[in-house]
Design a protein around this ligand. Sequence first.
Ligand SMILES: C[S@@+](CC[C@H](N)C(=O)[O-])C[C@H]1O[C@@H](n2cnc3c(N)ncnc32)[C@H](O)[C@@H]1O
Length: 269
Amino acid sequence: MIVRDKDFYDRFIKIWDEGAVKDAPFITLGVEAILQDFYGDLSDAPPPFPVTSGARILDLGCGWGRVLGPVLDGGAHAVGLDISENMLNLAKNHLLKNKHKPLLVRGDGTLLPFKDKSFDLVYSLLVLQHLSKKNGRLVLKEIFRILKPGGAAYIRVPGRFAPENLLFSLLQFVSIHLFRLKDPIRMRFYRVGEIRKLCKLLYKNCTITAHQFRPPWNLHTRLTWHYILIPKRFHRSLRKISDKIERLANGPLGFLKRFGVVLMVKVEK
Ligand SMILES: C[S@@+](CC[C@H](N)C(=O)[O-])C[C@H]1O[C@@H](n2cnc3c(N)ncnc32)[C@H](O)[C@@H]1O
């Protein structure tokens, strides 16, 4: 049973189901899908965590399976879980096309259909950001439950103070509270200290790295999403600057982490 609050989930799942059919790369990755000169091609890109052959790995909120392929290539026993049936169908086709035999399960990250201590590694990329903070906490608890002792999880959340995310929240606030537009998958941002505190309640270790230091790309409104403000010719140099700041933030200048667009949280049980 994946439906807790039927009305909410009917609307929530429908957005992912429809997005999967309309434009799966964009609904899952946003600008990262269209700015390949900055990000590279993220479909079947190397996973941002180590993969051990034979490990049992869960992709929580696997979407159309863009990360599952390389994880399976690494020899892991990977399972993809998603709340949207259409996303899972895309994942199945995407993986079969690349000769993988995917194990895909429909389910809700807040109520995982797996036994306690059944995975060595869990990753969840770009999922928590679309859940309420309360459901986010439930996901963290569920991941803890299904991880084996010594297992690790990698969870990607958007940083609260990145300039791009600040602009995003402002426009989101205006859209929801002034224009009264409903957005069941609206973004939730996390402060470094906030996510660390949440994880430390459950997990033995928690390491946070920050990524993607870039200026705001676009105005996040329904009409302007795809319109990129910064000319393409600057993207490669911006990437170099971003990588440099990333090295400093995750090295000697730790305070810079709070300005990262992306926070990667590694927790160990
Ligand atoms: C932004 S997409 C990211 C997809 C994938 N992780 C990636 O990086 O390409 C978010 C995905 O999470 C799924 N999702 C959202 N809420 C979920 C939940 N409560 N449980 C499981 N999956 C969920 C959506 O259907 C969607 O496929």
